[in-house]
Write a protein that binds this ligand. Structure first.
Ligand code: ZN
Length: 393
């Protein structure tokens, strides 16, 4: 053997010995820690350890879901709000009912395990698809559309644009296009008979986040009706809306703004609150976009603005005033949103005209005013009769 080979063998033996020693130390240490965990088992942690083991094994999917339903209470939401989704599945004893939630625009919407949806702070002015997927391998999934609006800031000015006498698709649809584009809202007071003709237009109003109220069934002056006709006009209009959008209205605009104590009582009996207006654009009289636009732009914080969505000249007016009001700092909200933001109530059987910009208005005072609000009733008489003629055309 040469010297070199001898040295090499000596080094190899040393390495082998060191490795054996290290292995020995390691196995002793392992045995020591093993002893302590065995002790833990014997002191009653057996169940806990067993449970941990179960969660690590694959989920039991032995009874898969055969049906999954997810229902959002409304098609739109505002940042700052949350919504409880209704989730149901079949069969009731499905083993794994956990869902995986995704949003078409990543991160804009979050859904908790118990189905509470929350839009993220930067999600406003987006329309997203939210999907719930079963995780039990059944392949079931549900997708729904959600329009997300900006949070209302009560300290900033707002107005409620209202549209009467529709729906009339030729004009209403183009007016809706504008509100859709700017993520702005309005309130549409629909006639029951028009709703029966064009339910899909009312459905679109609702889907875009508009508030849908009733303007009676056939545009009659309610103060001229006997009690059973009065009840019938209101009931039939509510039924038509419920059939079109699946939701009962909570607001009514009486034709010609005409109310008395009998009307308010009958309206209240149907769970409705009357809302007239504080700014009349007189669009039916001036019949041109410039005049309507100029009138709307005189609105101040808290105004309820009256227009009609059955006139073609109002399409251009809406195309101009919606962006310009937003530019001027106004929030375009529904009637109910404006009252809620200002801490005012809309109780059944009462009548309202506008909210107080200083937020402390009392609805009782307004209701008392309304009963002798002869001025409003007279001026609106002419207006709404003209609208009625247009509708009949
Ligand atoms: Zn009308």
């Amino acid at each position: 053997m040469s010297r070199g080979v001898k040295k090499f063998l000596q080094s190899a033996v040393i390495i082998v010995v060191v490795v054996i020693l290290l292995c020995g130390i390691y196995s002793i240490a392992k045995r020591l820690t093993g002893t302590s965990s065995t002790a833990a088992f014997s002191t009653g942690n057996k169940e806990e350890q067993a449970a941990e083991a179960t969660t690590e094994t694959p989920v039991d999917n032995s009874i898969p879901m055969t049906e999954l339903t997810v229902t959002a209470p409304e098609p739109t939401i505002r940042v700052g709000d949350t919504m409880q989704l209704a989730i149901s599945y079949e069969p009731q004893d499905a083993t794994n009912t956990a869902l995986k939630w995704t949003c078409s625009e990543e991160g804009l919407v979050e859904v908790s395990e118990d189905g509470v949806l929350t839009p993220s702070e930067d999600s406003a002015k987006n329309t997203v698809e939210v999907t719930a997927e079963a995780t039990d391998g059944s392949g079931l999934s549900v997708t729904f559309t959600l329009r997300i609006f900006e949070e209302i800031d009560p300290s900033r000015p707002m107005v409620a644009i209202t549209m009467d006498d529709g729906p009339y698709p030729e004009t209403t649809e183009q007016i809706l296009d504008v509100f859709e584009e700017y993520y702005a809202k309005a309130t549409f007071f629909c006639l029951g008979q028009n709703t029966e003709y064009y339910p899909e237009t009312v459905q679109r109003e609702y889907n875009l986040g508009m508030e849908v109220g009733t303007h009676t069934y056939s545009h009659v002056q309610l103060t001229k009706l006997g009690s059973s006709e009065l009840e019938d006009e209101i009931k039939k209009s509510v039924k038509a809306l419920k059939k079109a959008i699946g939701v009962k209205p909570s607001l009514m605009r009486p034709p010609y703004g005409s109310v008395n104590s009998e009307v308010l009582e009958a309206v209240g009996d149907q769970g409705l609150c009357c809302v007239n207006w504080s700014l009349d654009t007189e669009d039916w009289k001036t019949k041109n976009a410039d005049a309507t636009y100029s009138m709307v732009m005189t609105a101040t914080d808290g105004d309820v603005v009256l227009l009609h969505d059955i006139h073609d000249y109002n399409i251009e007016a809406v195309q101009r005033f919606v962006p310009d009001l937003i530019e001027a700092g106004y929030q375009l909200v529904t009637v109910s949103e404006m009252y809620e933001a200002r801490g005012e109530t809309l109780d059944p059987g009462t009548i309202h005209y506008r909210t107080d910009p200083t937020t402390e208005a009392s609805s009782e005072t307004e209701a008392a005013d309304s009963e002798d609000g002869a001025e409003t009733t007279t001026s609106s008489d002419a207006e709404d009769s003209s609208s009625a003629e247009d509708t009949a055309e």
